[in-house]
Design a protein around this ligand. Structure first.
Ligand code: KG4
Ligand code: ZN
Length: 359
């Protein structure tokens, strides 16, 4: 019997990704085109620009993944594509291309929820059993949930305003880190992590958000305002123009990173205690999985490790390559759904189909 094979397609934000995977979880082919450089120059993602770049690259990216796998589209068992959440214009490119392939090769469709895919990527490399706690921290999302099954999530908390990656990107932009000789090719989050290593977080006293909120939600907008005020004040003190690099940039980076890390850790701690009180996680070997672009941050990981050590949980983080957006996580989610026989559409009529929403 031939193993079943899925093509995964991701275009929800600024990465055009495709991967071909078999039932055993082997990556047969993959390709990724990142628009990061273009968006870094414009200081943020402009949706029509992202859409155009997806359009320019999607055919090549999918072809590269298929070529590498030596699988022809007719041999695929299904095509899995991100349908939400994301930028509508970006999602549309992947979905339009998917529909064309589905029609041409008469294949079933597996609609994928981007956050569910992030949440379950860890199972590619670690046999973590349900239920487990999952924290997703990226440029567009911030949530903590109990993963009870492939398509069964209990949302415990989410950001009430902006996502941590977004904050780090905005602070990096405000500090014009793109002009910093050590950071020219880095995302905002990477630049902050890099500079923070050379900084002293105690030089600035930033207030950790939501101390009086007895739930598991997150908030980062207030922190961004605090930092913006500090930067404006320092710019005046140092008498520099907007756009020049402040001398205390490393200390600001260290303080922001620390406050983001400690806020995430505190809210996660609350979620763990809530789960323990309500018997939502196994008594032994309970796991906290952390994924999304911000999960590549080593300082944030170490801070979370303190929380998991103190609560007897295991901390699992997929390698950075799997934490950020890619086609592999979508193909893997497709494989898991195919194995369980859930969420497979045999005659998709259009691109507006909404699967059972977990988040
Ligand atoms: O998961 P991702 O590739 O895209 C989505 O947002 O879905 O995450 C990208 C985000 C960006 O905001 C970026 O600044 C942040 O992840 N990021 C980091 C690091 N690497 C990427 N944040 C903190 N530390 C890092 N090392
Ligand atoms: Zn993502």
């Amino acid at each position: 019997l031939q193993p079943r094979i899925v093509l995964g397609i991701e275009t929800s934000c600024d990465d055009t990704g495709a991967a071909v995977m078999d039932e055993a979880g082997r990556i047969l082919g993959e390709s990724l085109h990142s628009q990061k450089e273009v968006h870094l120059k414009t200081g943020g993602i402009i949706p029509p620009v992202a859409q155009r770049l997806h359009k320019e690259n999607i055919h090549r990216v999918i072809q590269e993944a298929l070529d590498m796998s030596r699988i022809s589209p007719s041999e695929l068992s299904a095509i899995a594509t991100t349908i939400k959440p994301g930028l509508a214009l970006s999602l549309g490119v992947g979905l339009e291309y998917t529909l064309k392939l589905l029609k041409q090769y008469n294949k079933p469709f597996i609609p994928i929820h981007h956050m569910e895919a992030h949440a379950l990527t860890v199972r590619m490399i670690h046999p973590v059993q349900f239920p487990f706690l999952v924290l997703l921290v990226s440029g567009g999302h911030c949530l903590i949930a109990v993963a009870n099954g492939i398509s069964d999530f209990l949302l415990l908390g989410q950001s009430l305003d902006e996502a941590p990656g977004d904050i780090l990107d905005k602070v990096a932009r405000r500090l014009t880190l793109i002009e910093h000789p050590e950071c020219t090719t880095m995302s905002g989050g990477q630049a902050i992590e890099h500079l923070a290593k050379q900084g002293d977080r105690m030089k600035f006293n930033l207030k950790s958000p939501m101390g009086q909120h007895f739930d598991c939600n997150f908030s980062f907008a207030g922190l961004r305002n605090q930092v913006t005020q500090i930067i404006t004040k320092k710019e005046k003190e140092e008498d520099i123009e907007k756009g020049q690099i402040l001398s205390c940039v490393n200390d600001i980076a260290a303080a922001v990173q620390h406050t983001v890390a400690s806020h995430i850790a505190k809210r996660t701690h609350r979620a763990i205690l809530f789960c323990k009180m309500n018997g939502l996680l196994p008594q032994n070997n309970a796991a906290l999985v952390v994924s999304g672009g911000v999960a590549s941050n080593q300082y944030i990981r170490r801070t979370l490790q303190i929380v998991t050590d103190a609560t007897g949980m295991a901390l699992l983080c997929p390698p950075p390559k799997l934490c950020t957006d890619n086609g592999v996580m979508i193909a893997w989610n497709g494989i898991e759904k195919l194995r369980e026989g859930i969420g497979i559409l045999h005659n998709p009529k259009g691109i507006c189909y909404e699967p059972k929403a977990a988040f």
